[in-house]
Write a new protein. Sequence first.
Length: 411
Amino acid sequence: MKTSYVIGAVRTPRGRGKAGKGALSSVHPQELFAQTLVGLAERAAFDPRDVGDVITGIVSQVNEQGANLARNAVLAAGWPDEISAVSLNRFCGSGLQAVNFGAMAVASGAMDLVVTGGVESMSRVPMGADGGGQDGGNTNLRKRVFQVPQGISADLIATQEGFSREELDAFALRSQTNAARAIEENRFSRSLVAVKDPVTGAVLLERDEYPRPDTTAAGLAALGPAFVALGAAPAGPNGETLDAIALARYPGVASIRHVHTAGNSSGIVDGAAAVAIASESYVKERGIRPRARIRAVATLGSEPLVMLTAPGPVSEKALRLAGMKASDIDHWEINEAFAAVVLQAIRKLGIDPTRVNPNGGSIALGHPLGATGAMLLGTALDELERTGKGTALVTLCIGGGQGIATILERV
């Protein structure tokens, strides 16, 4: 297999995902991703005419995010008509899956330059707007495998692992503190592309809008649990509640402690990211200095009801493929879908927590579903270059019981 190099990675700032209120809510998602395409070509100094394909992660592919958003974003960016594009959905892993597919295309020798990434405008296309739910409304499947909402799963993980509300809040406060420091020290500046009004050209957002640097432990403790009412909602064929359905699958658990809140769960935001993957022959011929090479990629399925426990096992799979151990990784980006997910992965992998998300994560910065994986890869690459360290692993949990991971090595 040939080597796949990352030659560039950019992202928009994350804007609050509230219709009419977030700074990016006025921007069509096609235009949002198009601006990252333009910014990526400028920063990475490649000719868009060389791009073999554009692969884009988008979770809610309906309305403004339907109609193959990737292709329309290529056209909105003013790139040549000859450039093809495809949209994909692996839920929260979509952006990283796009990167991994691009790496595979280059490694196979099928393409020399692929642009990958993702986008999600959660203010304009809310989560669940596609109407499919977790299982697409398949009642026959539901009899065999009942997939509860992720908030219930996260609370079930916290209960199984014995994580207290105080531990989850402490992790959330760390995310906010780390993100505030990263923003203050301009750690994201190399990757950020300011979003402009597509008509007037006025700058709409230059820095992440979602973080709350004034967050305190007392403020987090005052928030009520987010999924109590949801857990008590009847959903089974005989009126069983969602909590009861989850407990039936895990009879060793007496009851679910609802400990996740709006403060220790990921935020709803708008955003886009783009990553350029190139072959060794391409970078040599064009005189481009690659930033990193991709050592390994992996996906893995996991139990579909608890569904959010795969980051640990899929990271182990990627490490095996790379011939590495967890201790070989200098920097970890574990998506902060919920605090318990990251804490469970840290425990499973036996890794130093200080190596995990040192610049904050989705709890503080927000989680634009289809874009997050590509954003995390860019953040990991920037951090390796900032610190002079060598390796990073990016991983995300995925709805329905899956995980995804990518290992980077700085060049």
